[in-house]
Design a protein around this ligand. Structure first.
Ligand SMILES: [Cu+2]
Length: 163
């Protein structure tokens, strides 16, 4: 009588382990690896001075990750900032949600390239390294756009219809 529940428990435990092992290779996300892809990256050409901003979107098709730091050969320092209610605040890291996006866009999160070694000019590309806790370093070529470039207001294509 006493052995039956123990045996059942062993069976349940064994199948539970088998399910966990299977889950890791499925596209479930939470148990697997992050799959990050950086899109829409750009740097608005700074008019002058020794500082530039950077914007991009991290698409993640896998498990959660963390953006821990950013670096670039053109800048002595690259810092990550959030903007909430018009107040900008430097952040040590940004969470990349599982099966979700991390947005760095105008009016919100942004990079700040400080102590510039060269002034990025429109038409150039700047190599920026995004360092993730799990995905490692992702190198992205950020095109330098016009100072007023904004892809989200551009999406209507209203300004392109005259072409
Ligand atoms: Cu800032």
């Amino acid at each position: 009588m006493r052995r039956t529940p123990l045996a059942l428990g062993a069976v349940v435990l064994a199948s539970g382990l088998a399910l966990t092992a299977c889950g890791g290779s499925s596209s479930d996300g939470s148990a697997g690896e992050p799959e990050v892809k950086v899109e829409g990256a750009f740097i608005p050409a700074p008019a002058s001075g020794d500082m530039a901003a950077g914007f991009f979107v991290v698409h993640n098709a896998g498990a959660a990750d963390t953006l821990t730091s950013v670096s670039s050969g053109i800048a002595g320092d690259v810092t990550m900032h959030s903007t909430k209610g018009g107040v900008m605040k430097e952040q040590d890291s940004f969470a990349v949600p599982a099966d979700g996006d991390l947005d760095f866009e105008r009016g919100g999160n942004h990079l700040m390239f400080e102590n510039l070694k060269q002034l990025p000019k429109e038409g150039e590309k700047v190599t920026v390294k995004l360092h993730f806790a799990k995905s490692g370093t992702v190198s992205v070529a950020f095109p330098v756009k016009a100072a007023t470039y904004n892809p989200s207001s551009d999406s209507s294509h209203a300004s392109h219809s005259s072409q």
